[in-house]
Design a protein around this ligand. Structure first.
Ligand code: XMP
Length: 517
């Protein structure tokens, strides 16, 4: 993987802590230039080895004059590389070259009119002005020697500056957010025109080079891959299958905690659509047995993770030996483990195929480790993964275990599956399925009296949860029309045996979470 990447022109973003740092990286990639996000204190030596075409300093919450203000390695300024500083990054540049930054008289947050004074390079093809997005308390007061003003706003006389000889530029606003008109063009101008990076990054070329790299890396050895039917593991399998064919062995474990008929659909997807051979493990009974009597959510997750590993080891032993284990790690996971600024509180432990015994001696291959989720979708589409799967809502690893409150019993599992299917179907009919992030029906031990025919039934209360979200970090409950909720409720109480009442969850995240467990 690494060798190939080095051949491709790239831009590096140094992360000074802005919530938008990731976005800069994504926008540069949208301009078809490969881009990586690295910590702000990455040594110049490392950057010299990487030899990027240009470097971007991201924004950040600090003030350059604060005692512990994050600063880049000074040597970076004498590497001869084009640099673009954004917001805090702009102030780092100003400060480094002897300009002055101070608390702005009037802070700028939100939309501002940017008047372009020079549209020769950074603002090429942007005309005389755009609306831009500001978010800062400090501003450049004195522009450093050698720099000239390229654009200004009403409150900021040096909203954009540049030193054309050194190819160093600073902008006070955020070109990476959608509120800045044609912001991608500014980043593209920096990457392609100023830094001279070739636009070599697109998903078809990613597929071609990755297939070559997988072949070189794996040789004649065998690879084991756990698939769930989700986009990431399916894409990993499709890529590996293109690269090494039958040397790939996919395993699908039916935990009994999947969505209705999901096991059948996954097997069909692999066999019919992707032509990939799959070992199907029916572990439903074993999972249920291990989970019997367990009510604590974290304990459930732990048991599921362990049992998953057991099932996997059994397959590896029976069908092995394998030398590689494929995983669907994505770029945000890679960054999180490397650039983490401190341990985030663990609210829920998410499980993956971790915890495999060392004696299996499996080396890990992660073909998607450079991709963002939307890029994975594009790759999947190019590899022939059907749209139906690409549009399917994400589903948690431990499956229905996090949607069944209290002990997992066959009855509650049946109710959760059936009621969730009704929720999904009705959302599709109402045209809401593609607009929401996740939708399901959860069930617990709360009961309420209902009347079925003439009979009194003390049945389960089912909770419908439909949320909108961009990244699952925050979520808002969906304001579904009453008629849609009513149809769901009627169908659930009529069609799902043992369900007597239906509620609708109206808590957003935070303070609630998306799943009840
Ligand atoms: P919460 O409930 O924490 O969920 O708001 C955020 C997102 O993560 C999914 N989720 C999980 N995914 N293993 C997973 O792979 C887990 O243990 C797990 N728990 C929650 C959840 O579906 C939502 O999209």
């Amino acid at each position: 993987m690494d060798k190939q990447d080095k051949k491709m022109d790239e831009i590096v973003v140094l992360d000074f802590g802005s919530q938008y740092s990731h976005l800069i990286c994504r926008r540069i990639r949208e301009a078809n230039v490969y881009c990586e996000l690295l910590p702000y204190n990455t040594p110049a030596k490392v950057l010299k080895e990487m030899n990027p075409k240009g470097i971007i300093f991201s924004g950040g919450p600090a003030s350059v004059y604060a005692k512990d203000a994050p600063k880049p390695d000074k040597q970076i300024f004498s590497m001869g590389k084009p640099i673009l500083g954004i917001c805090y990054g702009h102030q780092v540049l100003v400060d480094n070259f002897g300009g002055k930054v101070k608390r702005a008289a009037s802070r700028e947050y939100g939309r501002a009119g940017l008047v372009i004074d020079d549209n020769a390079d950074l603002f090429k093809s942007l005309g005389s002005g755009i609306n831009c997005w500001m978010s800062h308390g400090d501003a450049a007061d004195k522009v450093p020697d050698g720099f000239q003003v390229l654009a200004h706003t009403e409150n900021s006389q040096s909203a954009a500056i540049g030193n054309k000889d050194k190819k160093m530029y600073g902008i006070q606003f955020h070109p990476e957010v959608v509120h800045t008109e044609r912001g991608v063009q500014i980043l593209k101008n920096f990457a392609q025109e100023i830094a001279g990076a070739k636009p070599e990054w697109d998903m078809q070329s990613f597929i071609d080079t990755t297939i070559k790299e997988i072949r070189e890396k794996v040789g004649k050895k065998r690879v084991l891959a756990a698939v769930s039917g989700g986009i990431d593991s399916t894409t990993v399998a499709a890529l590996l299958h293109r690269a090494i064919g039958d040397q790939l062995q996919c395993v699908f474990v039916n935990t009994g905690l999947l969505r209705q008929d999901e096991e059948t659909e996954v097997v069909r997807l692999f066999k019919e659509h992707l032509d990939i051979d799959l070992i199907y493990v029916d572990a439903e009974k074993r999972f249920l047995r291990k989970l019997k009597g367990v009510t604590d959510p974290e304990k459930k997750r732990k048991i599921i993770g362990e049992e998953f590993a057991n099932e996997f080891v059994a397959v590896a032993k029976k069908h092995g030996p394998f030398q590689w284990l494929a995983q669907g790690t994505l770029y945000p996971d890679v960054i999180e483990s490397g650039v983490s600024k401190g341990p985030a509180a663990v609210i829920k432990t998410h499980h993956n195929v971790g915890g495999l015994p060392k004696w299996l001696h499996l080396k890990v291959i992660e073909p998607l480790r450079y991709l963002y989720k939307d890029e994975v979708r594009k790759v999947a589409r190019l590899l022939g993964v059907p749209d139906e799967l690409l549009k399917r809502h994400p589903f948690p690893g431990p499956g229905l275990a996090v949607r069944i409150v209290g002990e997992i019993t066959p009855e509650k599992t049946r109710i959760a599956k059936h009621a969730s299917k009704i929720v999904e179907d009705e959302l599709k009919v109402a045209g809401y399925y593609d607009k929401v992030w996740q939708a399901y029906a959860a069930v617990g031990d709360d009961r309420a009296v209902g009347v079925l025919g003439d009979e009194r039934v003390y049945g389960h209360i089912v909770m419908i949860r439909v949320v909108e979200s961009v990244d699952a970090m925050t979520a808002d409950w969906t304001r579904l029309p009453y008629e849609v909720i009513e149809r769901m409720s009627n169908r659930i109480t009529n069609e799902v045996e043992g369900a007597t009442w239906v509620t609708y969850a109206v808590s957003s995240k935070p303070p609630a979470t998306i799943e009840p467990q």
